[in-house]
Design a protein around this ligand. Structure first.
Ligand code: HEM
Length: 506
């Protein structure tokens, strides 16, 4: 046996000394790391699942296991307001910390988690994945007018067209007794609306009932990819590089190709539909030298990726909660009936009219509160100087964030029954409490990075829900069934329904 041969008779250990040294060095690093995490880290006392102290794989595995939003709720119930979910990543529910992280003038930038949702070339980031405060503010300023309340008016007719088509489909379903998956149909609807608003042309999903270009699946795959690779953001650029070298299909390219086609059609005069959409406005901004060519792609892309599934999830939540609580559906129905009889709403209901319906507004807020579309923490980086969050001092560079599923269930703000669907809570609240409920509602995010498309989704939801409930009654396929809901960044539901046309169609 040579001086270096430590294999012994079992042959388990490698014979080459360099391999041995490498193994020993790795072991030493692991031991030092474990020692640091247990005894030296300033955040060593933050509780959480055991494995999360050492590896980001715990969060990845929990996501893969399904229902991640519920896992996070359970861990907060067990450990309190600050929970470690990865070695340097913390979920926080403390209300004061919530304000510090996201409040006015916050210097907590988005974490690198968001890179996995954007272009791997960091010069091509979109509004959602841009992390730098100044670059984000500039990007947002350049397109904010397209999402303003004034612009909404020019999108309203797109919503009306799609509402008509949805109602006509539901009439057919009622006629044939067809059972349908509600979230799938809300997804068809929401994508068709966002297509109309963004490029003047619906995707045609309600018409075709399929996804021939694979856009829906591309968005789904991109979100699941983002939610998982976002936990290992250093892998995003290398993975994209390998995929491009190996000529592997990249799901979001299907969306990119669709957008390029729409831009080319518009420029070549091939487009003959109604204008006044986003693309029109973006091309005007480009001609005026206010935005770059790439901004057209990213703005339309962000609308499709961030604005369709989210709205579909909210609509599905409203329908499900109202089906499960027929007494609340009845109240909504009564409000619609009274408003229609007294001429306070038209057919179709305008956005302005819908916003003045108190019970409708309360139903929408309550569904947004109880089933927010995103199910992970909206992660941010602690700025230089560190910050006290909850009872802990977090050094600069720590990744922290709040999950809408937890912030929206704060008993001090929303009452002692935060997990119950009770729209009345929004109507009973005192003026100051009502303001606190609005400010803490985290479904659209908050602060500088709040959802830019909030008004567009409210436009859709506020107009379509009264149209649906003045004409139809929804019944679960099996009344005792509970819905399924799984989180891959978006918390998508699944449940099946029948629909009946109401005799007292208003
Ligand atoms: C019910 C519907 C919607 C929900 C629940 C929702 C939720 C959110 C949330 C939580 C964020 C913040 C993410 C973060 O801070 O990490 C966000 C940002 C964003 N949303 Fe929405 N969204 C909805 C509809 C829309 C629509 C309709 C559009 C576009 C037409 C849109 C476009 C965007 C964009 C571009 C951002 C990034 C904004 C920025 O960082 O400045 N969203 N959304």
């Amino acid at each position: 046996m040579s001086a270096y041969d430590v294999r012994g008779e079992s042959g388990i250990l490698p014979s080459r000394p360099t391999t041995l040294y490498l193994l020993l060095a790795t072991l030493a690093v692991i031991i030092c790391y474990v020692f640091y995490q247990f005894f030296l880290s300033p955040l060593r006392n933050v509780p959480g699942p055991y494995l999360a102290r050492f590896t980001r794989l715990w969060e990845l595995n929990s996501l893969r296991a399904g229902n991640f939003q519920r896992t996070q709720i359970a861990y907060h119930e067990k450990y309190g307001p600050v929970v470690r979910i990865a070695p340097n990543r913390y979920s926080i529910t403390d209300p004061a910390a919530f304000k510090t992280i996201y409040g006015h003038g916050s210097k907590f930038i988005k974490s690198k988690f968001y890179y996995a949702f954007g272009h791997p070339d960091l010069t091509k980031l979109d509004l959602f994945s841009e992390r730098d405060i100044a670059s984000h503010a500039l990007k947002r300023r350049r397109v904010s007018s397209l999402y303003s309340v004034t612009s909404l008016l020019s999108y309203e007719h797109f919503v009306d067209q799609n509402n008509l088509q949805l109602c006509s489909k539901l009439e057919q379903f009622a006629g044939t007794g067809r059972v349908f998956n509600v979230p799938t149909w809300m997804q068809y609807y929401a994508f068709d609306v966002i297509g109309s608003i963004s490029v003047g042309k619906s995707f045609g999903y309600m018409e075709m009932e399929t996804d021939p270009r694979g856009i829906l699946s591309a968005i789904h795959e991109s979100m699941v990819y983002g939610s998982r690779v976002g936990l290992f953001p250093e892998l995003h650029a290398p993975l994209a590089f390998v995929a491009s070298k190996a000529k592997l299909p990249i799901p979001f390219d299907r969306v990119g190709d669709f957008i390029t086609e729409q831009i080319n059609n518009r420029r070549s005069g091939k487009f003959t539909g109604v204008q006044g959409d986003f693309l029109d406005k973006l091309l005007d901004l480009k001609d005026a030298g206010k935005i770059e060519e790439w901004d057209i792609q990213t703005t339309i892309g962000a609308n499709i990726a961030a604005g369709s599934d989210t709205t579909a999830i909210t609509l599905s939540a409203i329908l499900y909660f109202l089906i499960k609580h027929p007494e609340k559906a009845k109240k909504l129905h009564q409000e619609i009936s009274e408003y229609a009889t007294s001429g306070k709403i038209s057919d179709p209901v305008t956005f302005q009219e819908g916003q003045k319906m108190p019970y409708l507004t309360a139903v929408i807020k309550e569904a947004l509160r109880l089933h927010p579309a995103t199910g992970m923490i909206l992660s941010r980086i602690v700025p230089s100087g560190g910050a006290v969050l909850g009872d802990y001092f977090f050094p600069a560079g720590s990744e922290v964030g709040c999950n809408p599923w937890l912030i929206n269930a704060n008993e001090n703000i929303y009452g002692s029954d935060p997990r119950v669907f009770r729209p009345e809570r929004w109507l009973e609240a005192s003026e100051s409490n009502s303001a606190a409920m609005d400010t803490n509602l985290f479904s659209f995010g908050t602060g500088a990075r709040t959802c830019i498309g909030k008004n567009i989704s409210l436009l859709e939801v506020t107009k379509v829900i009264p149209q649906l409930f003045r004409k139809f009654e929804f019944v679960l396929e099996n009344p005792n069934d509970e819905w399924g809901a799984d989180c891959g960044w978006f918390v998508k539901q699944s449940f099946r329904c029948r629909v009946k046309v109401l005799a007292s169609n208003m």
